[in-house]
Design a protein around this ligand. Structure first.
Ligand code: Q6P
Ligand code: ZN
Length: 768
């Protein structure tokens, strides 16, 4: 098969001006091997997640050259012709309906939500960087993938109603208003969402966002609910299953309300994994449902495929949202292996929102988006749901789109320490889902019934019912419009602080064997020799002895050339090959501090001794190695993680998500250096995973130093850094008990210092 594929694909590639990458050569199967992907054994089944419509599909050469088009599709998407680009779908016709009467429950859902988001996208010049995709109406058949025909008729009938009649229909539902244009806009919202799905699934773009009104996640088979008329995202998931034969779709609902409508549609469906976090407050918050709690895990065959993270307090923010991603959503999602991600992208979970009362700042959504982009081969469709503070909403929309376009992420602000109530919720979801997911298999914690927020919550609820208890904002002496203005002002200066210029080049590479240069992604800038005198001057300040050694000097040259470009923001990140990685790394670190950096995260994979001063916290050194060290010397800034790799699959997910990322986010480095030394305990898959997931930090500033040239590794790291395609992380493997125990041990030792590690109340209490 391999040879057949090459023979068929190479001409197609050639007609696109690309040569067949030698790295893909493999002669395990001769040309006449009659084997198709459908018959592959289970461990190769993950390849099926890549069922794309690559660009080469539109190439006329395909039909002539090729019989196994399906195989070509898979190879194209995985290896060389990955879709690029970001779709943006918006039409101002969706601003053509509004609330016509007085109703304080609904008056926050205004047309300006779309207008101001789109204006802000224009302001940041993001609109012109996206692929514009037109909207269309969803058809009745499409709407009926989720809704009943009776309900469809009701909505249709509102087109010709007068205000009095509209009011009356609206009253049949909870928190809903109709306008004569509602039906038309609701059909456009469905159609816009499906246009986005088609653009992504056909390979026209890699990802995208649809700005729509009305939103969808509360609406149900027979009912409008919470400003929602048709369930855009649920319809999109059903549509993608039918039209593209998808078997696993992940829906991430980061709106602050529970999308109970989506939960109901997929409750018994194991092919759609629904994740929602929401303001819950022990069922005191709208929509006031028992089934929004963490123990609603799905039903029948769908058990384990519904993940609810209920927030029992307001004020959750960046660190709580990240903790929920690290300890709940991401481990499960990587195990699930989705083929497509739909985001119910509500921004009422952001700072300043009058409904949510949460604290997440706009860049938090960049980080959430970035993590999701590492799944499903990057196929992500974000669809607007809620968001009622116009400035917070529009800045957050912009951060999402900017991240989809693969700009470097701003550093995330705030202290990285999830609050007790959030950790309780996280512990509870993990415990509830332990039976269904291997990644939670060794979880010891059980659900907590005595939650820290409960008694206080109940008292408050009683007070509100029985008296004229002042609301929080009245008590604080501010009105909601004053609050909103405060957030406006905060965001005005906050965005100026966090937005940084984008370097003109994403990735630089300095490699020993220049012959390999053509095997790297085209966009990677290959560094040639640095001026010898310049280099000598740089190096002599470090160690005069070194300058005399030709080999060391050459090796340093690669590292310095790339590092210097990163520090001067000429490139985001880079790779350097170095035959003396430990000397180079020590030198690189010194160069960083001379340059004025405060914190450098240095991850050493393999055996390597670095002589560093680790007392002042300017370096956090993490060593991932195979050898069992007899005496462990873990301290805040010097951590060693013993890791045994699974020989065939990738078992590193749990270490990256459960340990490395939480520590790295707690530390908040200005730069990261990943050193791949001898006896690397990780294979290409593990290293790619690490490189991809860490890119949210240090505004993507990563230097990867590789000691032993292995072209596959260099290529894979180059892919990961440049983002030209999502590297394959290999098939998911759960970590062994031994590995899990290692992580537990480290977590116990370090969660006092690195608070993002906390995922159970026992951690929280022992660490506080
Ligand atoms: C919130 C209704 C009722 C209480 C008002 C994407 C949008 C949404 C809708 C929230 C409806 N509030 N004091 O749907 O989830 O944001
Ligand atoms: Zn909402």
């Amino acid at each position: 098969m391999c040879v057949a594929v090459r023979d068929s694909c190479a001409p197609v590639l050639l007609c696109r001006g690309l040569s067949w990458p030698d790295s893909l050569d493999c002669d395990r199967f001769p040309a006449d091997e009659d084997m198709c992907l459908a018959s592959l054994s289970k461990e190769y089944k993950h390849i099926h997640k890549e069922l794309p419509k690559p660009i080469c599909q539109t190439c006329p050469a395909v039909e002539e050259f090729f019989t196994q088009k399906r195989v070509l599709d898979v190879f194209c998407a995985n290896n060389f012709a990955m879709a690029s680009g970001t779709a943006l779908i918006y039409d101002d016709e969706m601003t053509s309906y509004k609330l016509l009467w007085d109703n304080p429950e609904c008056d926050i859902e205004v047309p300006e939500r779309l207008l101001s988001s789109y204006e802000q996208l224009k302001h940041y010049h993001l609109v012109e960087r996206c692929v514009h995709v037109p909207v269309r109406e969803g058809t009745e058949e499409e709407i009926m993938l989720v809704h009943s025909s009776e309900y469809l008729e009701v909505v249709k009938s509102t087109q010709t109603m007068n205000e009095e009649e509209l009011r009356r229909v609206s009253e049949n539902y909870d928190a809903v208003y109709f306008h004569p244009n509602t039906y038309r806009c609701a059909k456009l919202a469905v159609g816009a969402t499906l246009q986005l799905v088609d653009s992504v699934m056909s390979g026209k773009v890699r990802n995208g966002m649809a700005l729509v009104r009305p939103p969808g996640h509360h609406s149900q088979r027979n009912a409008a609910n919470g400003f929602c008329v048709f369930n855009n995202v649920a319809i999109a998931a059903q549509y993608a299953k039918r039209r593209y034969g998808l078997q696993r779709i992940l829906i991430v609902d980061w709106d602050v309300h529970h999308g109970q409508g989506i939960q109901y549609v997929f409750e018994e469906d194991p092919s759609v994994l629904y994740y929602s976090w929401h303001r819950y407050e022990h069922q005191q918050f709208w929509p006031l449902l028992r089934e929004s709690d963490y123990d609603a895990v799905g039903q029948g065959k769908g058990k384990g495929f519904n993940l609810n993270v209920p927030w029992n307090k307001v004020g959750m923010g960046n660190s709580e949202y990240l903790a929920a991603f690290f300890h709940v959503l991401l481990p499960v999602a990587f195990e699930f292996v989705p083929e497509l991600i739909l985001v119910s992208s509500g921004y009422d979970s952001g700072i300043g929102d009058p409904e949510g009362q949460m604290n997440a700042t706009p860049e938090c959504f960049a980080h959430l988006t970035h993590f999701l982009m590492q799944l499903a081969n990057g196929r992500l469709c974000a669809v607007l749901e809620g968001g009622y503070h116009l400035k917070s909403l529009s800045e957050s929309v912009c951060m999402t789109v900017k991240t989809l376009l693969r700009d470097p992420l701003p550093q995330i602000s705030g202290e990285m320490a999830p609050c007790l109530s959030a950790v309780e919720s996280i512990q509870n979801v993990r415990a509830a889902h332990k039976p269904y997911w291997k990644c939670l298999m060794y979880e010891e914690a059980t659900p907590l019934h005595d939650l820290s927020t409960k008694s206080q919550q109940m008292m408050e609820a009683e007070l509100i019912q029985t008296s004229t208890h002042p609301t929080a904002e009245q008590a604080a002496g501010t009105t909601s419009s004053e609050e909103a203005i405060k957030t406006d002002r905060f965001l005005e200066s906050h965005m100026k602080k966090i937005l940084c210029p984008v370097p003109p080049v994403k990735t630089a590479a300095a490699i020993v064997s220049k012959a390999y240069a053509h095997l790297l992604p085209i966009s990677v800038q290959v560094e040639m020799e640095m001026n010898a005198q310049e280099l000598k001057t740089l190096v002599s300040g470090f160690d005069a002895e070194l300058v005399k050694e030709e080999k060391a000097l050459l090796s340093l040259q690669n590292v310095v050339a790339v590092l210097d470009k990163i520090l001067k923001k000429k490139v985001c990140n880079g790779i350097a090959e170095s035959s003396v990685a430990s000397v180079s790394t020590t030198f690189a670190l010194k160069h960083c501090f001379d340059f004025g950096l405060q914190r450098v995260l240095c991850i050493v994979v393999g055996d390597m001794d670095l002589e560093l001063n680790l007392d002042d916290g300017k370096i956090l050194l993490m060593n991932i190695c195979q050898k069992q060290q007899t005496e462990k010397t873990n301290s805040k800034y010097h951590i060693s993680l013993n890791w045994k790799e699974d020989s065939e699959r990738n078992n590193f997910f749990c270490a990256v998500l459960g340990f490395i990322l939480p520590v790295a986010y707690s530390y908040q480095p200005d730069l990261m250096i990943i050193v791949i030394g001898p006896n690397s305990s990780l294979g290409v898959n593990g290293i790619s995973l690490l490189t991809c997931l860490l890119q949210g930090l240090a505004t993507s500033g990563i230097l990867v130093v590789i000691q032993d040239t292995e072209i596959k590794l260099v290529q894979s790291v180059a892919k990961a850094l440049s983002g030209v395609s999502t590297p394959d992380f290999g098939a998911y493997a759960p970590a062994s008990q031994e590995n899990v125990l290692e992580i537990k041990r480290l977590r116990d030792q370090l969660q006092q210092e690195w608070k993002m590690l906390r995922c159970s109340v026992r951690d929280w209490i022992s660490g506080s």
